[in-house]
Design a protein around this ligand. Structure first.
Ligand code: ADP
Ligand code: ZN
Ligand code: ZN
Length: 789
């Protein structure tokens, strides 16, 4: 160990470093000494460095969260300064984290009970951390109007100038080659004489072809605003101060506009205003880039791609290579792109001055990250805006009950656009009761007579249909036909049924069961179908719905129609979505069938019909948000019909059409649904009125799993007692999770519910400090969980 510690005199200062590791080391960071030879021009908060960690002094990367002259100044009080380890190296080449993002990360770490270093790891995309592709090229530029007289040129210098003459500027190495010069000396002397300039440039062009993607002409049009849009714009501007000179203050507006009311146009106008009248920028969050190419295309088309004066749009998405991400990140950081469009993690985009954050489709559960750090991008956006004095606009046709409740209470500015833009008709929604249908037609039909009729009619008129079934595969149950036997084919590793998948979806059907295999939708394990019941030997039957079966059925009903299926099984490679959506837009597909993937922001004028095969797929899931999700899904997909001048038709099939969420979605009654559901939640003591933390414990050994869950529940109970809030919290658990086992891990949970988030924070902090209740390989702490299975 000796040799690791350094002479006090050689120490230039101290830093607190948050280490980028899964482990919860040091909470808010560890204290290190900075040797004089590493201090350079000084160390500032946000710099990335390598430090020795633990007994073995393993090198680990981390970020400076505080720096000062003494250990006490950075929070390292109580240590013997001579025992503080020195940092190993400073990564001066990497881009440092801006200070406001460090502050935001601190909040995320605290609120979501996650180690700070893990938050940093999320804030910085992989490419940025590794410095991937940040090619710094040296460019030599000819200074045109430099006085040529009076300078005697050497032969080599003349060759350099000659080579530069055509292009005006060249990369150093290429220039030397072209001029036939071996060293940089002649170029440097020319630079000293003012004839050329040598510039180091970061190559930020990598990955910008996203912006060049083909954008349909109608996406670039700037329509005359509808009355609703005008009113919405002025309400948001009034709330945010975006229209005031030098203005802008923290505000949250909830823009509830029916699908087709023109919410995107409102966002675009707000951003145009912001760019024209302030020096601030905007972040636009969309649920999933791959599924919303049109929305992204509109931002790029209207606000400009790379290099546009005063604007420029950076698109951050998962399809980018690390180098491309790095380039986009750097463009944003350096201020050459003032608009950022991206999914969840774009909320951490290093925009120097944020003026506006738009969260489109704010109800989408993909804004919640399902691994550490388990943050919700919408809530982080609100926090970031609060720190920056910026405006937030949450947009949705079906807002989350969390946001809606705040708007109703006046904490958010409620802005509504109840009508579609002029020229768009509201689709007619019909409900088909599948129980009736079964009685009428004797037997189960996936596609009702009404839906079949409209599918044929739509195809005959040369228009397009969208067909939704939020369940992939061919059949979701594989079982013995003998009820007395009761065998069902379940996953060996999960408490879940196996799903039958067809290998080559049959076009036009045929007798017997198509060739296929079975797959678990939780661990993705695959097996052969058991042709006979392993218990009694009877021939296995498969039933239940799946997109593959609908595809087969559609092919039978619509011979000659071009059918495409969009679900997680067909969309496995990057670019698959874009291809299918582009084909659909170009009219090369007549019927697009799929899971919730097709329900998102698609806007195709030729879609006349939307069919929902079963509105019931999620309604009975053991999750308190089941009704809300069902309402959202049915409403969202229904809104895809009739985007053109023809009125749209929506047919919703259901075995239980009387269920409130389905009935009200079909009636387009959001406020009615929200009021009813909020009452239900209030009575049940659930979010959004109350706040929730879910702690999930997993272990291969069921007994150990239960022990851990009991210990976690005890820790929460003890913490609530210690903090004096035991009568203001509800503790549920330990109980087995709805899916009791996934991938050979048993799962139990404890739920902590309280009147407000501050109480939860108090209890979590206390449990963490006293009982080391932290997220680790066995423990997942989820604050404000969105999925409860
Ligand atoms: P939303 O996001 O609310 O569903 P969009 O912003 O996608 O609605 O707008 C729906 C369609 O209407 C788009 O094709 C858009 O270009 C068009 N649109 C938007 N505003 C207007 C307007 N004021 N007049 C005519 N068309 C409009
Ligand atoms: Zn499984
Ligand atoms: Zn059997």
């Amino acid at each position: 160990m000796s040799g690791l510690f350094i002479d006090e005199k050689a120490v230039a200062g101290f830093v607190r470093v948050a280490v980028e590791r899964g482990v919860d080391v040091g909470g808010e960071g560890l204290t290190y000494a900075v040797p004089a030879e590493l201090s350079g021009d000084g160390l500032s908060v946000g710099m990335r460095m390598t430090v020795p960690l633990g007994r073995g002094n393993k090198p680990a990367s981390g970020y400076v969260v505080a720096s000062g002259a003494t250990a006490e100044a950075v929070g390292g009080a109580g240590f013997d300064p001579a025992k503080i380890k020195p940092i190993l190296s400073v990564e001066r080449d990497g881009l440092a984290l801006p200070e406001d993002l460090i502050e935001l990360s601190r909040w995320v770490a605290g609120y979501y009970a996650c180690p700070l270093g893990m938050v940093f790891a999320s804030v910085l995309p992989g490419g940025v951390k590794r410095g991937a592709g940040l090619a710094r090229s040296r460019v030599v530029r000819l200074i045109e109007d430099a006085a040529a007289e009076g300078v005697r040129l050497t032969k080599q210098a003349a060759a350099v100038l000659g080579a530069l003459h055509e292009a005006g500027e060249m990369e150093m190495k290429a220039l030397l080659e072209a001029a036939g010069v071996r060293t940089e000396g002649p170029v440097r002397r020319l630079a000293e004489a003012g004839r050329v300039a040598i510039e180091t440039r970061v190559d930020l062009r990598a990955g910008l072809d996203v912006a060049a993607e083909r954008v349909a002409e109608r996406l670039t049009q700037r329509p005359t605003l509808s009355d609703d849009q005008v009113a919405a714009l002025s309400a948001i501007e009034r709330a945010s101060g975006l229209n005031e000179a030098g203005g802008g203050r923290f505000s949250v507006s909830l823009l509830r506009g029916v699908t087709g009311s023109g919410k995107t146009e409102v966002y675009l106008r707000l951003i145009e205003r912001l760019l024209a009248e302030t020096d601030r920028g905007a972040i636009v969050l969309v649920p999933e880039i791959a599924l919303t190419p049109q929305t992204v295309g509109r931002f790029v088309a209207r606000l400009g791609g790379a290099g546009v004066e005063g604007g420029g749009v950076a698109v951050l998405h998962s399809g980018l290579s690390p180098a491309q991400r790095h380039a986009q990140w750097a463009r944003v950081r350096e201020g050459s792109a003032r608009v950022v469009v991206g999914a969840r993690s774009a909320v951490f985009a290093p925009l120097p001055r944020v003026g506006l954050i738009v969260v489109d489709e704010e109800h989408e559960s993909s804004y919640k990250q399902d691994q550490l750090p388990r943050y919700h991008a919408r809530d982080v956006a609100i926090r970031r805006a609060q720190m920056a004095g910026a405006a937030v606009v949450l947009g949705s046709a079906t807002p989350s009950l969390e946001s809606w409740r705040h708007a109703e209470a006046g904490r958010y500015v409620k802005v509504e656009m109840p009508r579609r833009v002029p020229g768009l008709n509201t689709p007619r929604v019909e409900v088909v009761d599948l129980v009736e249908e079964r009685r009428k037609r004797r037997g189960i039909h996936l596609i009702s007579e009404r839906l079949e009729h409209e599918l044929i009619e739509t195809h005959r008129r040369g228009m397009q249909s969208l067909v939704l079934l939020n369940r992939r595969g061919y059949a979701s149950w594989i079982a013995c036909p003998d009820h007395n036997c009761g065998w069902q084919m379940s996953c060996h590793r999960c408490d879940a049924m196996m799903v039958f998948h067809v290998r080559d979806p049959l076009r036009g059907g045929g007798g017997g069961l198509p060739r296929g295999y079975v797959r678990c939708h939780h661990c993705e394990a695959e097996r052969q179908l058991e042709p006979n019941c392993p218990v009694c030997g009877k021939k296995t039957v498969v039933f239940g719905l799946g997109t593959q079966r609908v595809e087969e059925e559609l092919a039978t009903k619509l011979p000659g129609a071009r059918i495409a299926r969009m679900d997680r099984d067909t969309m496995s490679r990057p670019g698959d979505h874009q291809r299918v959506l582009a084909d659909f837009e170009a009219g090369k597909i007549d019927v697009l069938l799929g899971t919730q993937m097709i329900a998102k922001g698609l806007d195709f004028p030729n879609v006349r019909l939307v069919g929902v095969i079963s509105a019931d797929t999620a309604i009975h899931l053991p999750d308190f948000r089941a009704a809300e999700r069902t309402f959202q899904l049915v409403s969202q997909v229904a809104g895809r019909a009739g985007r053109g001048s023809e009125p749209g038709v929506v047919i919703v099939q259901s075995f239980e059409p009387g269920i409130e969420a389905i009935r009200l979605a079909c009636e387009g009654d959001f406020t009615g649904f929200a009021a009813a559901e909020l009452t239900t939640r209030e009575m049940a003591g659930l979010p959004p009125q109350r706040r929730m933390v879910r702690v999930v414990l997993r272990d291969r050994d069921p007994a150990a799993c239960h022990r851990r869950a009991a210990a976690a529940a005890d820790a929460l109970q003890a913490a609530a007692t210690r903090e004096g809030v035991i009568d203001r919290v509800t503790l549920r658990g330990p109980v087995t999770c709805a899916i009791a086992r996934i991938a050979d891990h048993h799962r139990e949970q404890a739920l902590l519910i309280a009147d407000d988030a501050a109480i939860l924070q108090k209890v979590l902090t206390s449990a963490r400090n006293h009982d080391r209740l932290v997220s680790d390989a066995h423990t997942a702490i989820d604050v404000d969980p969105v999925a409860l299975l």
